[in-house]
Design a protein around this ligand. Structure first.
Ligand code: OGA
Ligand code: MN
Length: 358
């Protein structure tokens, strides 16, 4: 992904990469048994525990501040990292479920682009097709009627979707001549989708000429409300774009800067859904040693001002039952109709990252 660091044996030159390596998932296999290398979490800040102790006695640990910003929930930050705001448990479990469903059903819908768009063209209803166990099949280009001299129909054929969903085991024309992939594996490989203004990852900029929907109104309202701690009284946050990241076990987001927006004074509003993760917040250079903190479902982070210029990333998500910390979601999504969402989120994390571009 964007500026994603390759984390391999020889690449621990910077303090940021050393921290990524410390926290990333290492699987070892001893014979048939697979095990996960234990990781030392003693230096990871836990804002939920900080909130609980703050609620008991009004104090915060050394280096942690509570921002006084007239917000209706406690907002914390680091003394030496201005512009960074952490709102633990900002979203109710109902809100979390709502945004999980939106992220799976609606946000990846065309014209929004996803990591699959460049390869397969627009894919409709991916989540639903995956539930139906359907398969995406490359329409055989030999089916095009080459005798036709009607330019319109040739052009129409050229623009026709090259990939289409079929029932599993459907009869494939000219066996062997076409490629296929199951909707389930496409869903597992979904890594990002973009809302509002579309980001072109190949050029690493916002491409206003790409067709796009208006930024979703309810997400706009939520982001505006949550951005308040990082805004001056006179300003208003105008969300124009969002990137939705989907993480599975072993996925990570390498250290990067979000530097493609014109106005860096406006915050990035970032919400976490699903499995717990470790977030690293570094400095202006990858040489700066990052702080690590847990991000849980329902937490919101704001990065504004100086923090907008800081490297950050997600080296680890916890997908095992004990560490994912999603039991409220498990209870909330236990109805028959919701089990498909629960099945996905049990081993996944979703991050919605909202930006004002101009
Ligand atoms: C991003 C990002 C952080 C997260 O998408 O730019 O920094 O918590 N995401 O996933
Ligand atoms: Mn980012």
């Amino acid at each position: 992904m964007y500026g994603e660091a390759q984390i391999s044996g020889s690449s621990d030159r910077t303090a940021f990469r050393r921290a990524e390596k410390k926290y990333k998932l290492f699987k070892t296999s001893l014979g048939r048994r697979k095990s996960v290398k234990p990781v030392d979490l003693s230096e990871v800040f836990d804002f939920r525990a900080i909130l609980e102790s703050y609620n008991r006695d009004g104090g915060t640990p050394d280096g942690i501040v509570r921002h006084r910003c007239g917000f209706d929930l406690p907002v914390f930050g680091f003394e030496d990292r201005p512009g960074f705001y952490f709102i633990p448990g900002a979203l109710s479990v109902e809100e979390q479920c709502h945004w999980i469903k939106e992220s799976l059903l609606n946000f990846p819908q065309p014209p929004n682009r996803t990591n699959h768009t460049a390869i397969y063209g627009p894919i409709h209803q991916l989540f639903i097709e995956a539930q139906k166990k359907r398969v995406l099949i490359e329409a055989d280009s030999l089916d095009v009627d080459v005798d036709s001299t009607d330019f319109d129909s040739i052009n129409a054929n050229a623009n026709a979707p090259k990939w289409q969903f079929c029932e599993e085991g459907c009869e494939v024309p000219k066996a062997g001549s076409c490629r296929s992939i199951s909707a389930c594996s496409l869903l597992r490989k979904l890594r990002w989708s973009t809302l509002g203004l579309q980001f072109d990852w190949s050029k690493r900029n916002y491409d206003v000429s790409l067709p796009h929907n208006k930024f979703p109104e309810s997400l706009h309202q939520l982001a505006k409300r949550m951005a308040v701690p990082a805004m001056s009284e006179k300003e208003e946050f105008r969300p124009e774009a969002a990137i939705v990241n989907y993480f599975g076990s072993g996925d990570m987001l390498g250290g990067h800067l979000d530097d493609m927006e014109a106005d860096w004074s406006k915050p990035i509003v970032s919400m976490s859904l699903g499995c717990k993760a470790i977030f690293l917040l570094g400095g202006n250079s990858k040489e700066d040693f990052p702080v690590a903190m847990f991000l849980r479902s329902g937490d919101i982070v704001l990065m504004a001002g100086q923090a907008r210029e800081c490297f950050h990333g997600v080296p680890r998500i916890f997908t095992d039952e004990e560490n994912a910390e999603i039991s409220p979601l498990v209870s909330q999504l236990s109805r028959q109709d919701d089990l498909c969402f629960l099945d996905y989120i049990r081993t996944s994390r979703i991050n919605i990252n909202i930006r004002q571009v101009f």
